[in-house]
Design a protein around this ligand. Structure first.
Ligand SMILES: [Zn+2]
Length: 239
């Protein structure tokens, strides 16, 4: 079976969402790479879980709450996740020079900042003078599918049923709300910053039926045995 890589952009989600997702993954033995945005008491448990790997999710936009400039942002995230070798920039911000700095200055070894929706994934090395980073695009994302008129929430049909490796990306907030229509989520944002949400505040917004929440459970049940962490690619990619 082709390998399945589950990634999770934490995106400042409250702990009850992160914990809920982690519980599902551990229950079914599903491996995952979590991209960390902020400090939380859960980081200790997540990093201690053998199924999981922690990477970093820097927001290098001018409005970032993670630090005053790129170097400070990466530095603070590396303090939170000292062993991180995988990165995905928030908003998939990227440039040639950033790629070089991520490899040379911040010692990242895997860059998963490229989204190729419903396209084949082919990891590849990007090498400059004395720098090298394995770029691993991702081909499925919860928010993207919630924005489509033909949303695909299945391993058995559509893009994810095609042969080849797949790199899937979830966000805890979309998992928790089971965001099946992105317009619903856009309205939920009126409730204020997601960090301040409580289970009671958003209880009525959880969608029933097909969507990220029920798909993650089916994905974990059917995909756990072929699930991998992104860092495994450094050993197995052979590229
Ligand atoms: Zn993000």
């Amino acid at each position: 079976m082709d390998p399945l890589y589950l990634t999770i952009d934490i995106d400042w989600a409250p702990d009850f969402m992160i914990q809920g997702m982690a519980d599902v993954l551990v229950e079914y033995g599903m491996r995952a790479t979590w991209f960390v945005t902020h400090d939380t008491p859960l980081l200790g448990d997540l990093s201690a879980e053998p199924l999981f790997e922690l990477g970093i999710h820097p927001n290098i936009a001018a409005s970032s709450t993670q630090g005053g400039d790129e170097r400070e942002i990466f530095g603070r995230l590396m303090e939170l996740v000292p062993d991180a070798v995988c990165v995905r920039t928030h908003g998939n911000v990227q440039s040639t020079n950033l790629t070089i700095r991520m490899s040379r200055d911040y010692k990242m070894r895997v860059d998963a900042s490229y989204f190729l929706p419903r396209e084949p994934v082919k990891p590849h090395y990007v090498r400059w003078v004395e720098t090298e980073i394995l770029r691993v695009p991702y081909d499925w994302e919860d928010a993207y599918e919630a924005s489509q008129s033909d949303s695909e929430w299945s391993l058995d049909e559509g893009h994810l049923a095609k042969p080849g490796m797949h790199v899937i990306n979830f966000h805890p907030v979309h998992w928790y709300l089971n965001t099946q229509d992105y317009r619903t989520y856009a309205r939920a944002k009126d409730l204020g910053p997601v960090q301040a949400w409580t289970p009671g505040l958003i209880a009525d917004l959880i969608a029933a039926g097909q969507g990220p929440r029920e798909f993650l459970t089916r994905l974990s049940i059917d995909g756990a045995t072929r699930s991998r962490k992104l860092c495994d690619l450094l050993v197995t990619s052979g590229v």
